[in-house]
Design a protein around this ligand. Structure first.
Ligand SMILES: [Zn+2]
Ligand SMILES: [Zn+2]
Length: 195
């Protein structure tokens, strides 16, 4: 499961539209399932009955505080893996059997590159809308417990009343956008080393 979080003024629908525009054409078929805060976009190849049925990806897009979370579902890879496995076995038994499978293989490999392509479209859309992996302005402020004033992250005392603000200084993983605390050494979401 590949999961990324984007912060800013962005909605699941923005991503769904961009994915539909890109993938619901040619030998690809895409559909949107769900409502406005929780949407799944399913992308499938039209052909490929010989390569273990549809090779498909499901992209889950969910509204979260401050932005959206996107995930590419893992079940998508089963079709591809099973198909390549079948090819490997039949190629061992009869090398010539591979010839008839070349078209299907090309299809499978195209599907493997699909998730990379999906992330590209998502990233492009996110950039266009001004969102990113970094926390948005709204969340880079913490409210003082005592007087309620908003303070920029990193301040140890409230600028208005001087009360201590504690150690809550959330930041994000630069690779996937997951919200992490300053004392975390690796990202709990993608295992990226944070320092
Ligand atoms: Zn205060
Ligand atoms: Zn991460």
């Amino acid at each position: 499961m590949d999961r990324r979080i984007f912060h800013g003024n962005i909605n699941p629908n923005d991503i769904a539209h961009a994915l539909m525009a890109e993938f619901n054409r040619g030998n690809m078929h895409a559909q949107v399932v769900g409502n406005k805060d929780k949407i799944a976009v399913q992308i499938a190849t039209r052909m490929g009955t010989m390569s273990g049925g549809h090779t498909a990806l499901t992209i889950n897009i969910q509204k979260v505080e401050d932005g959206i979370m996107t995930e590419i579902g893992q079940q998508a890879w089963l079709g591809v893996a099973a198909s390549l496995g079948h090819t490997a076995i039949s190629a061992l038994r009869n090398p010539l059997s591979l010839l008839g499978r070349l078209d299907d293989l090309a299809q499978d490999i195209e599907s493997m590159q699909l998730s990379e392509k999906v992330w590209k479209i998502i990233n492009r859309t996110v950039v266009t809308l001004g969102a990113s992996h970094a926390l948005s302005d709204r969340l880079t402020r913490i409210a003082c417990e005592y007087c309620g004033s908003a303070n920029p992250l990193g301040e140890s005392n409230c600028l208005a009343c001087g009360a201590p603000l504690g150690d809550i200084h959330p930041t994000t993983c630069f690779k996937c956008g997951f919200v992490v605390t300053l004392d975390e050494v690796t990202c709990p979401n993608c295992s990226q080393k944070l320092r």
